[in-house]
Every structure is written in structure tokens, then in C-alpha cells.
Design a protein around this ligand. Structure first.
Ligand code: ADQ
Length: 414
């Protein structure tokens, strides 16, 4: 049914990601590296492409250079098939102002929708780790007869203030009766009082209804021009929004553990935890599902290499992801994720950590429960994540849960 419809994809990628500082000091949140060689946006884009969408725009604005470069280098689809993933920065089409919210980003980009004249527009966020077949959601959307559908997943009730929380009609659970954006308190589900139904920030709209809604919203002075805060509640108030529960989504090759995996990686803690979900032998999120691949840039890099150091130590690496171009010499690496071109010297110890591209760790350094941004250099014998007071003194971010984050390009002395 969906195959006969023209579908257009919009990825909202203009968010600042303040809670991921310092990783977002220099780049938009959807451009933050993840899981070795990926960027966060690769998950949303892979899901859309695997779902059969061929025309996708990515709306960017905040510090978008690194994200734009990633999209143009990685996501070139075939011009012959009239397919594209295009990164579109804010262009001040409606006056001298940037996007004032995610709905305003769409309002300012209506020319892109009108150019394609689709029947249906899929609007998704850009900073979640998950697998989802949008073709199944689109089918459910069409079957419902409603003009707007919100993708949803059950979440613990204590996280209600981070999500749009959905109540449905008991006699018609596919219809939303109430949508509260990030409420302080919420009512649990009838069959699971400690859970709520949370919006995933992914929506399917009939094109005309979306255009009408963002134009109407643009005329309102008391709106934040936000998809979750304003547009969806507006559809709900008119009895025109449906819900699509991720538990109905069957993605090929999913394991029992990761079938309905979805993580909002909006904070350092959740970003760190999502990495831990990748690395065990039976990962909570499986990157090795070739039936629903997560695509990213193909690096022109040699394979990772492990060598003995000058003293003959071979080192060990367990429960870790090591990317292309890495060179590990007699070091011990445990439960960690290494991005491309990381080098680690003799007798260094890296535990429970996430190292972005081109981190350089010299001999005898110790890194524990830390995230090191691109090009960080850790000098011989230096320690990170051992003494949190010292980490803070040196200007590093340390979370309440004891994760130390070192910003891009910093040199860490002993
Ligand atoms: P948040 O993620 O907090 O909640 P928001 O900050 O608006 O909402 O970000 C949503 C998406 O829009 C992100 O991908 C972000 O990059 C992008 N975005 C934000 N401002 C933008 C702008 N001005 N221009 C372009 N893109 C922009 C949302 C929903 C909740 C839902 C959660 C799920 O509002 O209802 O529960 O996502 O994580």
C-alpha cells in the first residue's frame, strides 16, 4: 500500500545538544561520533534508507560544518535513480532569523516539500540509536486514516520529564487522547503502572496536514514552534493524531535482545551507556546485523593492528570495539570503544572508556571510565578517571556518575 505513495523524509538535525557538552562544543549533536566510526545521525539515516525512502533532507543549523561534511561525503545516493540525502542549512528564507524551533525549521523548508509534492512526509530526530522499519509505520499511518502518527516506545515512568508522554483512547489504543511534552509527573500505563508511552520524536504526516499545521503554528506568537511541544499537541487537540508502538515493528535480523532497542543519547550518561550496550559478546544493541545495516563513511584506512611492545608485552583486548587504522602496542584494553586511527602505547591501560578518532595514548597512561574527544593526547604516565577532583581541576567535565570527558584536541599531562 505504502509503495504507491510518494514519501519524503525530513531529518531534524539542528539541535544544540547542550547536555552533551563538551562533545557538542564544536559540532552539532547529530554529528557526534558514536560506536567507533559512526556519527549519531547514521542511525536515523540508515533506518530511513533501509525502509525504502529515497528522498531525504537533513535540516541543520547549529555548528553544522562537521555534520554537513559527513553527510556530503558519506550519504551520496545515486543521481541516476533521482535519490538523495541532502544537508540543508538554515537559509533565512522567511526573514533574518534562524530556525526558532523544529517546527519553524520545517516551515522555513516548505519549498523542499513542495518541490517533491509527496503524499506523506516522515519527520525524524537525528540523535537516537535504534533500528526501525518506517515502511511498517507508514502502513499503519495510512490504515489509521489519521493525518498524523507519532512513533512511541514504553519507558520507565521516572523518565517522563524527558519525553513527550502519550495517553491513548482505551477503546481505540491507536488514537492519542493526550500528549504532554516533558511533564513533571505522569500517569503510568494501565497494564504497567511504572511505565509510560513516550514519543520517539519520529512522526508520519499526510503532507497537506503537516503544511497546514506548521503554517498555523508560525502565525502563533505564543508558540515555541516545536514539533513535540506545539505541533503534535495541536493535532491531538483536534483528535487527529495516532500512535505507532515500536513493539509492532519487526526489523529483519534483530536479536531477542535488541529487537525493540531505542536510546535517546542526549546526555553524557546515556551516550556512555549506549556504548556499553554495544560491546559484550551478546550485545544489547547488535551492530553486526547485516540484514538491516547501519551505514557510515567508508574510511580509506588500514586494518587495526596489535603488536608487542619493545619489552615483548603483547597486551590484551577484551570486550571492546577497535576501529580501522588503530595501532595498539602491548596495552591492555577492556570494555572500551576505540574510533579510527587511535594509537595506544606500551603498558597503557584503557578501561570502560570511549575514545574518538585519532586519540593518542602514550606508554603507561591509565584511562578509566572516560570519554576522550578527537585528537586528545594523553602523555606518558598520565591518568584520567582515577582522581575526579584532579580531573575537574584540569578543566575536564566529570558527571555525577563519575564519567570524565576530555574535550577535542586537549593534551593531558601526567
Ligand atoms: P527533544 O529531543 O528534547 O524531544 P528537540 O530538542 O526539539 O526535542 O530535538 C528534536 C530533534 O529536532 C533533534 O534531532 C534536534 O537535533 C532537532 N532540532 C531541535 N531544534 C531544531 C531546530 N531549531 N532546527 C532543526 N532541528 C532541530 C523530542 C520530542 C519529544 C520526544 C523526544 C524523544 O519533542 O516529544 O519524546 O524528542 O527523544
Amino acid at each position: 500500500m505504502a509503495a504507491s505513495k510518494k514519501i519524503f523524509g525530513i531529518v531534524l538535525a539542528g539541535g544544540e545538544g547542550k547536555r552533551l557538552m563538551p562533545l557538542t562544543a564544536d559540532r552539532a549533536k547529530p554529528g557526534v561520533p558514536f560506536g567507533g566510526g559512526y556519527r549519531l545521525i547514521d542511525f536515523a539515516l540508515s533506518n530511513l534508507i533501509n525502509s525504502g525512502l529515497t528522498k531525504i533532507v537533513v535540516l541543520t543549523q547549529y555548528k553544522s560544518h562537521s555534520l554537513d561534511r559527513h553527510i556530503s561525503q558519506t550519504w551520496r545516493l545515486s543521481g541516476l535513480l533521482d535519490s538523495y540525502v541532502a544537508s540543508v542549512p538554515a537559509q533565512q528564507r522567511l526573514g533574518k532569523r534562524w530556525f526558532s524551533g523544529s517546527a519553524d525549521a520545517i516551515l522555513q523548508s516548505l519549498n523542499l516539500i513542495r518541490d517533491e509534492m509527496p503524499d506523506i512526509v516522515v519527520v525524524v530526530g537525528a540523535d537516537h540509536v535504534y533500528r526501525m522499519d518506517f515502511a511498517q509505520m507508514i502502513q499503519a499511518h495510512i490504515a489509521s486514516g489519521l493525518p498524523a502518527t507519532v512513533a512511541a516506545i514504553r519507558q520507565p515512568i521516572e523518565l517522563s520529564d524527558q519525553f513527550g508522554i502519550i495517553q491513548t483512547d482505551p477503546s481505540n489504543p491507536a488514537k492519542i487522547t493526550e500528549f504532554l511534552e516533558k511533564p513533571k509527573t505522569a500517569t503510568g500505563l494501565a497494564d504497567a503502572p511504572h511505565e509510560v508511552l513516550a514519543s520517539m520524536g519520529n512522526y508520519v504526516f499526510n503532507t497537506d496536514a503537516l503544511i497546514d499545521a506548521v503554517i498555523r503554528d508560525g502565525e502563533m506568537t505564543d508558540s515555541n514552534h516545536d514539533m513535540g511541544g506545539d505541533i503534535i499537541p495541536d493535532f491531538v487537540s483536534r483528535g487527529q493524531a495516532g500512535v505507532y508502538d515500536l513493539s509492532h515493528n519487526e526489523v529483519p535480523g534483530a536479536t531477542d535482545r535488541d529487537r525493540y532497542y531505542w536510546r535517546d543519547v542526549g546526555t553524557i550518561e546515556s551516550f556512555y551507556d549506549a556504548h556499553q550496550d554495544l560491546i559484550s559478546a551478546l550485545p544489547i544493541f547488535n551492530l553486526y546485523n547485516s540484514e538491516w545495516p547501519i551505514y557510515t563513511q567508508q574510511l580509506n584506512s588500514p586494518p587495526a593492528k596489535f603488536v608487542r611492545d619493545a619489552k615483548g608485552n603483547s597486551g590484551t583486548t577484551v570486550e571492546s570495539i577497535v576501529s580501522l587504522g588503530c595501532l595498539i602496542s602491548g596495552a591492555r584494553i577492556e570494555r572500551s570503544v576505540l574510533g579510527p586511527w587511535v594509537t595506544i602505547g606500551s603498558s597503557a591501560l584503557v578501561q570502560d572508556s570511549v575514545l574518538f578518532d585519532r586519540v593518542h595514548i602514550e606508554p603507561d597512561a591509565v584511562i578509566r571510565r572516560a570519554i576522550l574527544d578527537k585528537n586528545v593526547v594523553v602523555a606518558a604516565g598520565a591518568m584520567i578517571g582515577i582522581d575526579h577532583a584532579r580531573d575537574r581541576e584540569r578543566g575536564f567535565t566529570v558527571t555525577d556518575t563519575g564519567i570524565t570527558v576530555v574535550g577535542k584536541g586537549v593534551r593531558v599531562e601526567p
